[in-house]
Design a protein around this ligand. Sequence first.
Ligand code: TRP
Length: 446
Amino acid sequence: MSETLERWSSRRAFILAVTGAAVGLGNIWRFPYMTGENGGAAFLLLYIAFVLLLGLPVMMAEIMIGRAGRRSPMHSLAYLAQQAKATTHWRWLGAFGAMTVFFILSFYSVVSGWSIEFLIESINGDFEGLSPDEIGANFEGFLADPLRMTFNHSLFLLLTMTVVAAGISNGLEKLNNLLMPLLYLLLIALVVYAAFHDGFVPALRWLFSPDFDAVTPGVVLNALGHAFFTLAVGACALMAYGAYMPDHQSLPKAALAVAVLDVLVALLAGIAIFSAVFAQGMDPAEGPGLMFVTLPIAFANLPWGMLWLSIFFLLLLLATWTSSINLAEPMVATLQGIGLRRGRATAIVAVGVWLAGMLSVLSFSTMADVHWLGEMNFFDLVTTIPTDIFLPLGGLLIAIFAAWVLPREIALRALDAGPNGFRAWRAMVRYVSIPLTLLVLLSGLL
Ligand code: TRP
């Protein structure tokens, strides 16, 4: 496969695209409920530490490989391995990444479908005047209804795949230019609103005063998996975006901007959500239902609650849209790399992901008791193993390839941060990121 000539139209466009990939369910749904379950500020600190020590350097490694290869992830790895006179088996890392994003996208589309459902319900004012039990029952009832779930999952996937089919500059760039600024505006509006309520101060206190007793090896592994997930690192998805990165742009600066924007969204979303939760004296450790049960309950009792709840779910939907486009890209690029036209490649990916997503849809009704591994049904399986194990493992291999296999001149040029910047990055990856990922992965597994 020859080099792609497609480029993001500007440095800003590249940063927006990667931020769009990074900001999603991970920040707005997963981060708050994981923080709620794992001891608040202690989890937050671990997550930020992992973002800085692992997520960020590995993100640079991943984008670097794409930029140096300028092909689909599998083909970039094969091509660069050849340049380095290493085994071309490295290309299987690209396939591993494609498998990882396949499973992630399958549940991602289902959960994002929930936000379509809840957006419509909030606009209709359906939660107004309902008791907490009734709101809980509403979510349960929705989950138990495969038809409604299927409809939303299908609609969301259609939204995603339409943009993917249109290609990078036609589809995604235009969407990002519109959505990303809107997303921050909505989020800031929500936080300002929260600041006028009783829950604001308790939320800040809870988010920022750590309880280290809550930290177990499992929690550490969760925080590690989450750092990769939220930055979209470890599945060669950013590698696919790196292939279109413009020629003159410092990679570390771009990556740092993305990480800051990403953590900021998680913090702002956390403040908005927990302010509402504490204003109603509710439990922050509700788990995955935090956003779909606790939040409607909290907002149902606040002035203008339905309006703000609608804004919230709109925000979630926009954020997940740009993320799922990123999740689809490495699969589509890989199929294109073996000669398929983009439209056909997109259709094949869409059908495959839709089918796998149906197993998640049915995990809440007819297949709830079908256990695929231990006690886990399909949804439990795809929401944990790919994130907590495949992403760190993929990230580890990506880091090893970039820092130990890739020839120095190629890496230096792709990083575009001068010789000193390059040396600092490589030392960090070699002696901090790789050993630390290995350590956490092994200790979490054992
Ligand atoms: N980062 C996104 C989120 O936080 C999810 C995501 C997008 C992702 N692309 C990815 C996760 C690639 C892993 C790999 O919601």
